[in-house]
Unconditional design. Sequence first.
Length: 331
Amino acid sequence: MKVRIIMEEWQNGHDQPGYHYHQEQDKKRKPIETPGKRFWKMWGPLLIKWGIGIGVGMVVMAAMMVAYMKTHYQTQAALEALMSDQNKLMGFYEKMLNKYIDYTTWVEGLSALVTIPVMAILYHGDRKKEKKAGIIPDKKAPLWKYPAALIMALAMSLGLNNLIIIGNLSAVDASYKTTMNAMYSAPLAIQILCLAVLVPICEEYVFRGLFFRRMEKESSFVYAMVYSSVVFGVLHVNLVQMLYGFLLGLMLAYVYEKYGSLKAPAAAHMAMNLLSVLATRYGLYNWMLKDNMRIGVITVVCAMIASTMFVLIQRIEEKPELKTENENLTM
């Protein structure tokens, strides 16, 4: 009988595509939360990620400074001379900062590696709470439908990068070029491991698996998709990556909604980052930029491919399969 009541409630409330929760019933079941607890529930994962990133960065910087001092200031007299001369000390800090920037990819990868287990625990804890509350999860799309999400993500990534190049948006924000140079200066294997594997998995846990999912539970799919994408874009700091991150954040949230599994946006995110790494490494963007017609045609083709894949993904039925009354009675 309990199963039947839950099914009937779901049928009455699940009248919108991609609706993960019967919100009204879920709100009645939830205990009243204090503002502080509500804030931590939404923003906690982002603050934890931010804190881990700062902590890892400080450890790496300290290790670099100790290693450099041991190599270049082996005597106590040399170390005292450094500490007593403000100009030398400022030059030392500047040199360390430049070396730290060169290791940006390594730091990002290490931060992601530390963050992923923490986010995985929070994510699976949310799923257990939903199951305990009797919330019906959306149906997971089969693996053979994943190529549509990957192709759409790759087409959107390439097309948006082309628009950034055509519009010369990198000239608007000097920090964008500095960030890109730092990111892609590491060895190719490190770029692939950190930028195309660890960072995407970490960000999908934080922004889609936790932030978006929790916000959708409190509001609606559209609001959660837009809001989480704005936050995802803003936290990329520079203007170019903000716009790029916002648009791709919308796509990744939609993919998560339709496929019913965090694996789908994670795979799409990994594919996009891998494309960016390889395209930068082997000069794909420079090759396209040599001919205005070439880059224009490729961009239009990317838009067509992405639109086609979007139509296919839109047809995925994410609503869970409900058992009939007779099947419930036999349970």
